[in-house]
Design a protein around this ligand. Sequence first.
Ligand code: BEZ
Ligand code: FE
Length: 301
Amino acid sequence: MMSRSESLERMPAAADPGVTAEIAERLVALPRSRLVTALGQGIVGLHRIIADIRLSGDELLAIVAFLTEVGHHVDRRRQEWVLLADLLGVSTLVHDLSNARPAGATPNTIPGPFYREDVPEMLAGSNISRDGKGEPLEVSGRIQALGGRPVAGAGVEVWHANDQGVYENQDPHLQPEFNLRGRFRTDAQGRFRFLTVKPAGYALPSDGPAGRLMIALGLPPVRPAHLHFRVCRKGYETLTTHVFDRADPAVDRDAVFGVKPELLAEFRALPPRGGRPCHALDLEFVLCPARAGDTEPNGRK
Ligand code: BEZ
Ligand code: FE
């Protein structure tokens, strides 16, 4: 068992010999737990920042007012705390730390708030654009295991924003139910394909304190154009990921830090149809084997 002084040494150096040391001492006197360790490190780190920048009383009041406003922007339809965590990179950091994939496997990313699990399965080649608005996009892809073996019978879900950067469930009065959402199954070669329209990039809400903070910093909360995918197959870890348009001007400043080099794709130009530009996307996702005891979403093994 660690002595009291040994545990204190493991805490970050005290920022102020008075109050910082005193709270650290009170914490190390408590029974060890993850909560106590996390709070100890968090509080001592916070004290150190306050001392380093010499935070003033007025600045502390401004921070309290900001956090209060974040709380006032939470209701059944909105979660400003989650948005703040997303915009500060916290959501992606936490996700990446617990979802590392072996080299060669497609990286996992946060799903974001617009996923729906109740989308019906569709036949290969179906069009998921239910209002036909936008520039046609033909998507074909292949699911494989590490080592290259095709994964047949995998469930492939896709969801994305429309050509104005808006998801169907943000826009229920203007877009048909399940617009730009689909669920497909891979064939014996691990292939899937569907038709849709090219999504636009979009801005996350900036009518609340989290978005306003980013704008005040000169970091508007934009997301480059992307499609979201979720791929499930028994025996493999479920993959939740994005595919980003590498030509989007915002590709190197994604507001939620989801862009990774392996997730960039080229929207190839196809000959225009009826005067409309057309595009194609060829994708490949690599799954890794499930770890012992892994359960797929909805409890499916
Ligand atoms: C999205 O809109 O795709 C998204 C938003 C916040 C976090 C992650 C994804
Ligand atoms: Fe999205």
